[in-house]
Design a protein around this ligand. Structure first.
Ligand SMILES: Nc1ncnc2c1ncn2[C@@H]1O[C@H](COP(=O)(O)OP(=O)(O)OP(=O)(O)O)[C@@H](O)[C@H]1O
Length: 236
């Protein structure tokens, strides 16, 4: 059986308190992802997708419930521990790539290595070059972000997310800023890297066509996950 990379048990998130009213936006989320999973997180605006991604990304803490990454409980981790856990287990891809404009593609890709280990080894450089070549960017490794197209910039951001060999990549509208043809290519690349590297992906997307290309869709509505649609259900 594939190794569990993420487990949420009864996760609730509330905002406010004190002078402002307390509002619960996630009402008891249970979710499991295993190695190699390729899962779309879908739901209407305001349903809680970003909140859920921020909790899994250890950018926020749950009000109740448990979050496990691999076999580690992370819901009570300190700020310092969360930073270390993020570097060890997680990669991030956002709608806007957030590449550093003053640095080349290769330097941008090496940033998480520097952040995680404090130094860059020859093996790290080799992995960076191999991944850039794998994603069709060999000739662009020494260019700065502004010298690259939108699709190329997003591929650099994807390579950057994979550098530390994460168990799980969290992608928030990773193709939301691209034209549909480029979005298709970038999504296909995510899929190939998922298969080749066995990394699990949790992808927030508003695009039903892209969501349909994932192995599984999890639907959030009003802060709750809907039961999975059954393939044998009428109309399903
Ligand atoms: N810091 C906060 N304080 C108070 N309420 C918040 C906070 N962050 C999010 N919310 C509320 O939580 C709910 C879920 O928001 P969230 O951004 O997670 O939804 P979403 O599904 O990602 O929406 P979208 O698709 O529009 O990005 C919304 O009602 C939002 O107003």
């Amino acid at each position: 059986m594939a190794e569990t990379v993420l487990e949420l048990r009864g996760v609730r998130k509330r905002y406010g308190g004190g002078a402002s009213p307390l509002v619960e936006v996630l009402h008891g989320i249970d979710l499991t992802l295993v190695a190699g999973d390729f899962v779309a997180l879908v739901g209407p605006s305001g349903s809680g997708k970003s909140t859920l991604l921020n909790l899994v990304g250890l950018l926020e803490t749950p009000s109740e419930g448990e979050i496990w990454l691999a076999s580690e409980p992370v819901h009570h981790a300190s700020d310092a521990a969360r930073t270390a856990l993020r570097n060890r287990y997680l990669g991030f891809v956002f709608q806007f790539h957030h590449l550093l404009p003053a640095f080349t593609a290769e330097e941008n890709v090496l940033m998480p290595v520097l952040a995680g280990h404090g130094r860059i080894s020859p093996a790290d450089r080799e992995r960076a070059r191999a991944l850039l070549a794998r994603t069709g960017l060999a000739a662009h490794a020494h260019k700065r972000p502004l010298q690259l197209s939108g699709g190329q910039q997003q591929r650099v951001a994807i390579v950057r997310a994979l550098m530390n060999r994460p168990r799980l990549v969290l992608a928030d509208e990773p193709t939301g800023n691209l034209d549909s043809h480029t979005a298709h290519d970038v999504f296909a690349l995510l899929r190939e890297l998922n298969r080749e590297e066995g990394i699990a992906f949790l992808i927030v997307t508003h695009d039903p066509a892209l969501a349909a290309r994932c192995d599984r869709q999890v639907h959030l509505q009003d802060g709750r996950l809907l039961p999975p649609a059954r393939a044998d259900a009428p109309g399903g």
